[in-house]
Design a protein around this ligand. Structure first.
Ligand code: GTP
Ligand code: MN
Ligand code: MN
Length: 373
């Protein structure tokens, strides 16, 4: 019998999907520093550098102890020279000069604020910064061009940047379930994203909708969205067609542009409640209502793809990215939110649960609460 050494036990796996990463971890100061420089790199368009810092932070999140010295890092994969230097500065001085410079820089702060507008990405934020705009009121004063999503985003800037509570997420599940029940009894609404990983707050609500009879879900999303809209629950919505077309040419299939093809919706809900307390009532009758704009992602999935959608929309982003990388480079398989494809055997592998997907990939099952990579 092979005796497990201390070193074996301290070994941290290279891919996030091979690691258990709890929500609360032991290296907050270090991961916050690394995530700041990761974000700054993305703001500058350096995807590779951003990813490297982000991976280093992710590895530290899975480490079961607090890192006290750079020597502790020798057993950790994926921590490059630059990340190591930042970690060392934080460990020795309590802060990294480089990170503090980023945090105080006008560019970083401005980009961060612009990016907080729904519908604004790095490109738009960067362009506004180049044009000399610095604050949200500058956008209005200088008549910056905003698309319809960004206009709604600006209008609800405060709401959309205040954390969504679990009670609010659950209230939205109830509303969507009520809408779904009218058009397709037996269909379920499942809360995914960060809340499924155990987070108590989120930046949005991620919902999956499915029905146990394959095909019954066709056309459901447009009906649900129209109804929610007519009832005043929607401040904004933008539906998109399923991006997955395994057997058809992506371009050719566009010809069948019926609403049936739309299966995901990025929306902003108007959540109204009598109080701030949990158990708040939606669209209750009369009284002084408190209203709040909340980002909601709605995804409808055929039952046969449900496990893949559940795994794909539960996150975290680092966990998902490494699941796909692991599948590709270690297993010669292609994983997405719809299927798992074996590129050498040229077959799709079906799965009735997340556990089966992990089995196909030869991975230990990682529960949603441990996917906070
Ligand atoms: P908070 O919302 O901030 O609490 O975190 P979150 O982890 O829920 O993030 P988010 O809502 O952005 O994403 C949830 C999961 O959905 C993540 O794993 C994403 O990778 C995944 N996701 C986001 N957008 C898409 C998309 O367009 N397609 C697919 N397949 N997955 C997506
Ligand atoms: Mn989310
Ligand atoms: Mn989301």
């Amino acid at each position: 019998v092979h005796a497990e050494t201390l070193e074996d036990r301290c070994q941290v796996a290279a891919y996030a999907c091979q690691r258990r990463t709890p929500l609360a971890h032991k290296n907050q100061l270090l991961t916050e520093a690394l995530e700041t420089v990761a974000e700054e790199a993305l703001f500058r368009g350096s995807e590779g550098r951003g990813l490297a810092f982000s991976r280093a932070a992710s590895v530290l999140k899975s480490f079961p102890w607090t890192v006290r010295s750079v020597k502790d890092l020798s057993s950790l994969p994926g921590i490059g020279e630059h990340s190591r230097k930042i970690i060392q500065e934080v460990l020795e001085d309590g802060a990294s000069a480089e990170v503090e410079n980023v945090r105080q820089s006008e560019r970083y702060q401005t980009m961060k604020n612009f990016k907080k507008i729904f519908g604004v990405g790095v490109k738009t934020a960067g362009r506004w910064y180049q044009e000399g705009l610095r604050t949200i009121s500058d956008l209005q004063a200088h008549h910056a061009k905003l698309n319809s999503a960004q206009q709604v985003g600006l209008l609800h800037y405060r709401d959309l940047n205040s954390p969504v509570k679990r009670s609010e997420a659950e209230a939205i599940v109830q509303v969507v379930q009520k809408a779904v029940d009218q058009f397709l009894p037996g269909a379920s609404v499942i809360l995914t994203g960060g809340f499924r990983r155990g987070k108590q707050t989120g930046h949005d609500v991620d919902l999956l909708i499915t029905h146990p009879t394959e095909g019954q879900e066709m056309g459901l999303l447009s009906k649900v969205v129209s109804w929610l809209d007519s009832q005043g629950f929607m401040l904004y919505h933008s539906t998109h067609r399923n991006s997955f077309q395994p057997l058809e040419d992506e371009e050719l299939s566009v010809s069948a542009t019926t609403m049936d093809r739309f299966d995901r919706c990025f929306s902003i809900f108007c959540l109204s409640s009598m109080t701030e307390e949990p158990g708040c009532e939606l669209k209750g009758s009369g009284g002084a209502h408190h209203r709040k704009a909340v980002r909601v992602d709605l995804v409808v999935t055929p039952y046969s793809q449900f496990s893949f959608a559940l795994l794909g929309w539960t996150g975290s982003k680092n966990f998902e990215r490494d699941l796909r990388r692991f599948s590709k480079y270690e297993k010669k398989m292609v994983l997405n939110s719809h299927t798992l494809y074996h590129t050498e055997k040229k077959i799709f592998l079906s799965a009735a649960s997340e556990e089966e997907i992990f089995q196909h990939l030869g991975l230990d099952f990682i529960s949603p609460e441990q996917r906070n990579a």
